[in-house]
Write a protein of this length. Structure first.
Length: 472
């Protein structure tokens, strides 16, 4: 197999499994092909220290057989590319939150500048038969910038977040430019059929793309293959973590502490897409309308700090703190607090034990590309006495995990009813549902995701060789 070159905003050492996520997913294939992983170093260079827009020092490090190459960003590039355009425009709009998008025209120049910088730094590192896999919304125009420098390698793109319907996408000034940039790729992958459907509708109606069948589309003088490749988890890794000392210790301590009560768990990044205030309101409604749950159910909500330099994030933090405080104030008793809210990241090694000790998981985002917490919870359960997954129909995972209790998180009362059902569910039904969920989580694990995407990219014929890329 050709060498794999992975590009993502952040780079992790694939030898450290504690890194989780993409690092675990890609470790096998990066290691076996002696791959290269390229991205931002995480370093911001102030102007006073010589940081200049469109420039950045490059660092190279060897992690076993894998080469890690990273680039620094100057303050202005970081603020415009990362905070401004990626997280201030693309993240909210792609999560259907036009009200939170900051369409400041200046940001797009920074977004483009950093993609050009990445292309300039990456291009000399490439070998002719490398396969390039670019990840996520920060780097949509990267393939187009590489093509403009003469790169003819096969390039794939995977979007980890949702793609909204055409009319929402069309609210972004320059949306046509963004989507046209996707045609510089050979394969474009989405998390769900819904997202893939939005892409097809957009390119048919707005770009008049020609449907060549078999997932292939022709527009802008190029052919692209588009499809849904729902990301999964490493089930073996989770099994091992459940049995490891940290996992067992966590499980036993939680079992002891909550022997008389049922534990509900929420694990999220503190982000407005995760529906945390709505979840708290549903839990409050549960306590109010089902008095038997008082003193018998405890919700542990772990919300890891995220992008605290963006004001929408501080707003959500305050709203959540106020809600948790008022629930505990109104319903708490000397020996029982309904909500334990923890504003920290929990070590990955402890999560499986916590999931396994919980009777119910609340995974109720307002919109989510996939949501891996839902799959991690399922994989951590004891099949003889499994917990119940309450899952938002707006998470990408809901397309696959149909044996969960699917809810509409905007419907406070309906979600509270589902939580009540979950708390009371007899063991036979819990087992049957878990069996269905587990089969899906196992069949469509992270290795399936990686293999099926790369297989599609390998197959993508070099139909475009010789066709000049029309500059953006
Ligand atoms: P995220 O929005 O970060 O990722 P998610 O899939 O829920 O969302 O979580 C990714 C990982 O972070 C999981 O392994 C989870 O265990 C961990 N995590 C989350 N909160 C944590 C916490 N408080 N403490 C410790 N660990 C925590 C984006 C998209 C998702 C998509 C993923 C992968 O937004 O929709 O599922 O990428 O493609």
């Amino acid at each position: 197999m050709s060498r794999l070159v992975v590009v993502s905003n952040r780079v992790a050492d694939p030898r450290r499994t504690a890194a989780g996520g993409l690092a675990v997913a890609l470790a096998d294939v990066l290691n076996s092909t002696g791959g290269l992983w390229f991205g931002w170093s995480g370093r911001i260079v102030e102007a006073a220290a010589g940081g200049k827009p469109g420039e950045g020092a490059m660092h190279t490090q060897q992690a076993g057989p894998v080469k890690l190459v990273t680039v620094d960003l100057c303050r202005q590039d970081h603020d415009e590319f990362y905070v401004g355009y990626s997280n201030g425009v693309l993240w909210p709009v792609f999560h259907y939150r036009l009200d939170l998008a900051d369409f400041d025209a200046g940001y797009i120049a920074g977004y483009r500048r950093v993609n050009q910088l990445f292309a300039r730094k990456l291009q000399p590192q490439l070998r002719p038969d490398d396969i390039i896999w670019i990840h996520d919304y920060h780097l949509i125009p990267l393939a187009a910038e590489l093509r403009a420098l003469g790169c003819t390698n096969r390039i794939g793109f995977f979007l980890h977040i949702p793609l909204p319907p055409p009319l929402i996408l069309a609210a972004i000034p320059g949306h046509d430019w963004l989507i046209r940039a996707l045609f510089a790729y050979d394969v474009v992958g989405f998390q769900s059929q819904a997202d893939h459907g939005h892409f097809c509708r957009y390119i048919e109606t707005e770009a008049h793309a020609q449907n060549l069948g078999d997932g292939r589309w022709r527009a802008f003088n190029r052919t692209v293959h588009a499809g849904a490749f729902p990301i999964g988890i490493d089930v073996e890794e989770f099994n091992a973590l459940v049995q490891a000392p940290d996992g067992r210790d966590m499980y036993e301590r939680m079992q002891q502490e909550y022997a008389r009560r049922k534990l509900l768990i929420g694990v999220d990044r503190l982000d407005y897409s995760k529906g945390l205030p709505q979840r708290m309101r549903s839990f409050r409604d549960l306590l109010q309308r089902y008095p038997e749950t008082r003193n018998s159910a405890t919700l542990i909500q772990i919300a890891s700090p995220s992008r605290e330099d963006v004001s929408a994030y501080t707003d959500i933090l305050h709203e959540l703190e106020t809600l948790c405080g008022s629930i505990n104030g109104n319903y708490g008793e000397l020996e029982w607090m309904p909500v334990r809210y923890i504003h920290r990241t929990v070590a990955r090694s402890r999560l499986p034990g916590l999931y396994r000790a919980s009777r119910v998981a609340l995974v109720t985002p307002l919109r989510d590309g996939m949501n891996l917490v839902a799959k991690e919870f399922v994989a951590s359960q004891d099949p003889q006495d499994p917990g119940v997954l309450v899952l938002s129909r707006f998470a990408g995972a809901a397309e696959q995990l149909t044996d969960a209790l699917l809810v509409n998180p905007y419907d406070v009362e309906g979600t509270a009813n589902a939580i009540h059902l979950a708390l009371q569910m007899p063991v036979e039904e819990r087992r049957a549902r878990h069996q269905g969920l587990m089969a899906n989580v196992r069949d469509y694990d992270v290795h399936w995701w990686c293999d099926s995407f790369l297989e599609c990219l390998e197959k993508a014929k070099a139909e475009e060789t010789g066709t000049p890329w029309l500059r953006l």
